[in-house]
Design a binder for this molecule. Structure first.
Ligand code: HSE
Length: 437
């Protein structure tokens, strides 16, 4: 049998401890699959004394993950420290430069520095695997990088953040407050160290930027993503969406348009009958539309120790199975020099339907004024509803408009106009509607 694959794990939090436990519990099966043992020989974590449910006393402990990354005693460096800079970036770079394969779950690091790291991996002839970085346990990286070669992708979109989907699901199903749902998501180990990264859309944006590169063969452009989080979503929006036959999901969408690629992250109305609307709780889903295959939808656990460990261990097993001359291809599906520049489509030209919720003065002329602003901007309405749900005073009404396909620019002009007309008593709420099968 070939010599064992020696693993160094940096970061023994929820995910790192799960990875160590899975490698221990599945050791026999992994050895049979890979033709060699996989052994954790070194680890790095802040707290040596913590009980992680796995005996790591046989591993060498490093205080500094960068020192672990450079150690000649490992073949694979598993980075589970997190964060786009600091120890995570320095250790992954050091490991690649030392000629070690790397497995990481770090979407922020890849979104910001993925291309530079991929260049080092290419130069050194080592693997940089990151299945766990996007959509937890769903094998979407392998799908885009390997299985769909030969397809041209036109749109990739999905629920990429388990914390947000968990919050929106419970707000809708149980009427629980946003804050209580977030506390539970943190307790369950779904949320980022700083949960504003989840709820303001950054985490989804990082993941989307990686999917965009793989889907369209472009250089990663994490700074060119339109982003809105879910912190402004209220029970009134959720109820109005349900009444109109929609459900609200935080989606990341990358779409090929005539003027370039749209990358956007925002709360989105999806038809209640669509498959993606049935994706609940911490589950993630990714839809990929291509010229040859048509539409593919992958769904599965998107966050948490086991979901992430499943993907990390799969990446480790790929390395264990690889041999010189038989290993998987480039980090982002093609050599870095073959990645095309990213051409950004302007958000103002985004075309689609819109849900607009307005809180207005209950007086004559308001409806007519709103209708005029819509007509002046060539916006055709699918429905318009008025009721008293969500208003604070008897002198107010809620008006909900659903538009036919229009443009972002037209909607912004119309809503600005309505605001200037003095009809509103609260901030307008605008939520994009996404076509979903
Ligand atoms: N905080 C992330 C989520 C973890 O909720 O999806 C997985 O990347």
């Amino acid at each position: 049998m070939t010599h064992p694959l020696r693993i160094g794990i940096a970061g023994l939090g929820t995910v790192g401890a799960s990875v160590a436990r899975v490698l221990r519990d599945k050791a026999g099966e992994l050895t049979r699959q890979c033709g060699r043992d996989i052994v954790v020989t070194a680890v790095s974590a802040r707290d040596r004394g913590r009980d992680r449910g796995v005996d790591l006393s046989g591993a060498t402990w490093f205080d500094d993950p960068v020192e672990l990354a450079k150690s000649p005693d490992i073949n694979v460096f598993v980075e589970l420290v997190g964060g786009e800079e600091g120890a995570a970036r320095a250790s992954v770079k050091a490991a690649l430069e030392a000629g070690h394969h790397v497995v990481t779950a770090n979407k922020a690091l890849l979104a910001r520095h993925g291309l530079a790291l991929a260049e080092i991996a290419e130069k050194k002839g080592v693997l940089l695997n990151y299945e766990a970085a996007v959509a937890g346990g769903i094998p979407v990286i392998k799908t885009l990088r390997e299985a769909l070669a030969g397809n041209s992708v036109t749109r990739v979109f999905g629920i990429l953040n388990g914390t947000c989907n968990y919050i929106l699901t419970r707000m809708e199903a149980e009427g629980i407050s946003f804050a209580d749902c977030l506390t539970d998501a943190q307790r369950l180990g779904y949320a980022e160290a700083d949960p504003t990264f989840d709820i303001e859309g950054n985490d989804t944006a990082h993941k989307l930027s990686i999917l965009t590169s793989l889907a369209f063969g472009t250089r990663i452009a994490a700074g060119d993503i339109y982003m809105e989080g879910i912190s402004n979503i209220t029970q009134a929006d959720i109820r109005a969406a349900a009444e109109l036959g929609y459900r609200i999901k935080l989606l990341g969408v990358a779409q090929l348009t005539e003027s370039g690629i749209e990358q956007r992250v925002h709360p989105t109305m999806v038809p209640t009958a669509s498959v993606i609307a049935q994706v609940h709780g911490v589950t993630n889903a990714v839809a990929i539309e291509t010229d040859i295959l048509g539409e593919l939808l992958l769904s599965g656990p998107g966050a948490g120790g086991n979901a992430t460990a499943s993907a990390v261990v799969g990446d480790i097993a790929d390395i264990a199975k690889s041999r010189p001359g038989f290993q998987h291809g480039p980090v982002f599906g093609r050599p870095v020099k073959e990645l095309k520049p990213y051409k950004k489509a302007q958000m103002r030209s985004h075309a689609g339907g819109y849900f607009i919720r307005l809180t207005v003065h209950d007086r004559a002329g308001v409806f007519a004024g709103i209708a005029k602003r819509m007509a002046d901007n060539d916006i055709s309405l699918e429905s318009i509803v008025q009721h008293s749900d969500g208003v604070a005073k008897a002198t107010e009404k809620t008006v909900i408009l659903v538009t036919h396909e229009t443009t972002e620019a037209a909607v912004r002009r119309a809503v600005d106009g309505i605001t200037k007309d003095g009809h509103l008593t609260d901030k307008p709420q605008v939520i994009r509607i996404e076509r979903a099968g």
